[in-house]
Design a protein around this ligand. Sequence first.
Ligand code: PLP
Length: 377
Amino acid sequence: ALEPLEVPNRLLLGPGPSNAHPTVLKAMSTRPLGHLDPAFLTMMDEIQSLLRYVWQTENPHTIAVSGTGTAAMEATLANSVEPGDVVLIGVAGYFGNRLVDMAGRYGADVRTITKPWGQVFNLEEISTAVATHKPAILALVHAETSTGARQPLEGVGELCRQHGTLLLVDTVTSLGGVPIFLDEWGVDLSYSCSQKGLGCSPGASPFTMSPRAMEKLQKRQSKVANWYLDMTLLGKYWGSDAFGERGYRTYHHTAPINLYYGLREALRLVAEEGLANCWQRHQKNVEYLWQGLEDIGLKMHVEKEYRLPTLTTVCIPEGVNGKSIARQLLLEHNIEIGGGLGELAGKVWRVGLMGFNSRPESVDKLIAALGTMISNN
Ligand code: PLP
């Protein structure tokens, strides 16, 4: 007979998931309620207002999608792209490419601007591309997890408005760990995940749309080509004013109740710490990480100014077997780091310092183990 499940106690310093905070784990092990229980609906309202806080937005329709970040990404495109729409996508890594593939499946006329992996677009490049393509939607990845680069967004929303373009931004690896000012930046659509900067388990993914994006959805001629993620249906379960009578809640799907408990607790922890403090903690600890990596002779892939506080790509030195070091870290030291994706496969390690894991102790453990291995290599 099988023994009850035993899970190794790893320190998750890869691209996500990060380790959940103990109180998040406790919340997730609480008894489930029915998905229309008033106590559960109240908790959903709390999730909505906490998500508005961490994203710095007033968007009424700010919810969590039942599914991982990719489901929320799908929701964002499904509810904004109409067949034939020109969608301009900034591609400088793996997740930009995923947006290209996905937008095409919803019938978008996809155009791209590209940059080498690890670099970011400047405002002038974006401005020229928007003026040339006049897209219905411009999609950018704020935190490109495959490269560790942070795409600056100041001024982008303003130029999108000049062309009647909606701005869609992937904040999967930035929410909770990197400063985001969704409304100030004029972002119309965004999605994220629960398992990185927020420090919950994967499966309940933040989604938000501005009144401008909502207007496009309400005026569209064709039905949203995805029943599960259609916000005009889902909005009625979340009680969003724009999609029915205020407070009216109806069955749409059976929510993953315990994940939502976890998300609510993870968001509560961010609010308790204070969002600005949480961002500062991520920045401070990542700088400590960069110093530690440099001290053992390693170099970072991205220019300092554009490095993410949540995810660092570290160049694998010549003659070092990156895969075997990562495997040894996992199996002998219980520390997970990630390998490179796509173009950067075999060239970099990806080290995440996200949510609860963004602490000096995480850095100390990694540097001690990695330092010994590199010097023995
Ligand atoms: N977008 C970015 C930038 C990501 O890093 C990820 C996952 O790592 C996703 C989208 C997809 O999220 P998920 O793996 O939770 O489906």
